[in-house]
Design a protein around this ligand. Structure first.
Ligand SMILES: [Fe+2]
Length: 287
């Protein structure tokens, strides 16, 4: 059995940025909260949390991330995975410094795994740039990769390569080739479970729903979804929504985990997952 911890949207600087924007333009809060409702960041029938006001620092993000890493140091998961939106603004380098400094607190015998989110690769939050991708790789290392832990295979993917495939040269083809090779490898055949990670959920409710910002764009979604499902991937963990959400496609279970940094709905938290042959258990822990 392998037990690990999954986090999402540490998003250092998000509260400060939201608070600043609302101060500059009082309409921002109403507009953005309505967009969250329209885009599926808020489930039907629920309301977004209050907007951050007068925030000038990253104290809450820092405190929450530290708290989760301290819990990891005590509980010793096989690894800690952060599913993207590590920071909020690419041009505010203090966000990255805070993330890197606190990450050092994780005991060295617990691997810290990361995949990038739209805020880590898109200067405008929506369209990835080749420069930001290169910068991410030079600071954080590979943006997609696989590893084995206790006979389970884990695959980290870069959702922004799928969603910005028209802006990133041959990155889409290269990542797909990597994914196919990984899923057809001997390691995959030997694994009792295969679990994938990506920032954006594959879909919110309906795999064929084609246009909401809270999920992977339809451009490559079906191909990816079918490849994962046909290759025995049984679990895909994501973030992006800043709240918890679950969905299913055939034998593939999709779970989006709430944010460490700012919860759009519900509370900040992290998830623990235990994988053993034929059995998967998971739990969201509020912090
Ligand atoms: Fe986010």
């Amino acid at each position: 059995m392998v037990e690990f911890m999954q986090l999402a949207d540490t998003q250092f600087g998000m509260r400060r940025w939201m608070s600043h924007q609302a101060k500059e333009d009082p309409q921002t809060q109403a507009t953005r909260q309505q967009r969250w409702i329209d885009n599926g960041f808020v489930k039907e029938g629920e309301l977004p949390n209050p907007y951050p006001v007068d925030v000038t620092d990253m104290a809450i993000e820092s405190e929450n991330y530290s708290k989760v890493l301290n819990i990891a140091n005590e509980t010793k998961p096989a690894f800690v995975m952060v599913c993207g939106d590590l920071i909020n603004n690419l041009d505010q380098l203090d966000q990255r410094s805070a993330l890197l400094e606190i990450s050092e607190h994780l005991n060295k015998d617990i691997p810290l795994r990361l995949v990038p989110g739209n805020h880590d690769l898109c200067p405008d939050f929506h369209n990835a740039s080749p420069e930001a991708l290169q910068e991410y790789r030079s600071v954080f290392g590979a943006d997609y990769y696989s590893f084995v832990a206790d006979e389970a295979l884990f695959v980290g993917l870069n959702s922004e390569i799928f969603d910005s495939s028209d802006l990133l040269g041959n990155e889409y083809e290269t990542q797909m080739e990597f994914l196919k090779d990984t899923l057809h490898s001997q390691e995959a055949k030997n694994a009792h479970s295969i679990c994938a990670f990506m920032h954006k959920p594959l879909f919110l409710e309906d795999p064929l729903d084609d246009d909401t910002y809270g999920q992977l764009k339809p451009t490559h979604r079906k191909d990816l979804m079918n490849l994962l499902e046909e290759s025995r991937v049984s679990l895909m963990l994501a973030g992006h929504l800043h709240h918890n959400r679950e969905a299913e496609y055939k034998n593939l279970k999709l779970i989006a985990t709430g944010a460490v940094g700012y919860p759009i709905v519900g509370s900040c938290g992290y998830r623990t997952i235990a994988l053993e042959p034929e059995v998967m258990t998971h739990r969201y822990h509020e912090i």
